[in-house]
Design a protein around this ligand. Structure first.
Ligand SMILES: Nc1ncnc2c1ncn2[C@@H]1O[C@H](COP(=O)(O)OP(=O)(O)O)[C@@H](O)[C@H]1O
Ligand SMILES: [Mg+2]
Length: 269
């Protein structure tokens, strides 16, 4: 018996529930060759948004998680030594420019200072990427787009990017979604019922309001989705919230126990 012919299935669009006008704004920036800066706390949907937009615009996405050791060379590429001598390998940014992809530099201000020089050339009107080591100067095609993110909660963008670079970005601010939308996100992403999702959102609201525990960062939607997934897998809600949320927010047993009281109050109600 012959095998059934394989039909190419279109890739499903990563689900993204918008909070405002971010989708048409991003599309307008893309059409006009403008780079975009996403600001917002961790776990509030920045990465998911970029994934959604890349699929929506049918562009490949190249994501780089920036860290304090990431240099311009890491982004541009390097010469490697092979059997037949040296050969050049594009770094992720050069690859994205060459292939007309969307390049997402996550937490860009973490990267080493020398990266801002190459970003500057690329966010200039001419949209060029000079690669000194190969003597090339790549001209970014219209399909190429640069997207960067930073977290104003603990990162200092003003220090990280030159004003002349910063002012070329269209800036989109992300925050925690409004309660009904966040419940809908948690319900869909975690596969739990609406009532359980609403409880997790009211727990988040209480935790976000409890500044007294001096948490490094408030819980993002990601933590609600994690706790929700554990609940969907049959874990008791309080335990799910402890391992899926509280333990991720603090390492201080006293703080975790105090936050546990907030969980108890929400899940008793
Ligand atoms: N607007 C949204 N639509 C759909 N899912 C979302 C949304 N916001 C957050 N999420 C969920 O939260 C998780 C974390 O979001 P993510 O995009 O990784 O956050 P960030 O990049 O801002 O740290 C996602 O994997 C997704 O499950
Ligand atoms: Mg992210």
């Amino acid at each position: 018996m012959s095998a059934l012919p394989l039909q190419a299935q279109p890739e499903p669009l990563p689900v993204y529930q918008p909070s405002g006008q971010e989708i048409p704004l991003f599309e307008a920036a893309y059409r006009h060759g403008l780079p975009v800066l996403l600001k917002g706390p961790t776990g509030c949907g920045k990465t998911r948004f970029v994934e959604h937009m890349a699929a929506r615009l049918r562009r490949p996405l190249v994501t780089v998680s920036c860290h304090d050791d990431l240099s311009a060379t890491d982004l541009l590429g390097r010469h490697l030594i092979g059997q037949d001598g040296t050969y050049w390998v594009d770094g992720p940014l050069a690859h994205a420019v060459r292939t007309g992809s969307i390049c997402y530099l996550d937490e860009v201000v973490e990267a080493r200072k020398d990266t801002t020089v190459i970003l500057h050339a690329l966010t200039d009107d001419r949209r060029m990427l000079p690669i000194e080591r190969t003597g090339e100067c790549l001209s970014a095609p219209p399909e190429f787009m640069l997207v960067v993110s930073y977290n104003p909660g603990y990162q200092q963008l003003l220090k990280g990017l030159k004003p002349s670079t910063r002012q070329r970005f269209v800036s989109l601010s992300f925050g925690f979604p409004e309660a009904r939308r966040e419940a809908s996100i948690v319900e869909t992403e975690a596969g739990i019922d609406a009532a359980a999702a609403r409880r997790l959102v009211s727990l988040a609201k209480a935790l976000r309001a409890s500044a007294e525990y001096d948490l490094e960062e408030a819980p993002g939607t990601r933590l609600l989705v994690s706790a929700g997934k554990l609940i969907a897998a049959g874990i008791a809600p309080r335990e799910a919230c402890r391992v899926g949320m509280l333990e991720c927010l603090s390492d201080d047993p006293g703080v975790i126990s105090a936050l546990g009281d907030i969980v108890d109050a929400v899940f008793e109600a």
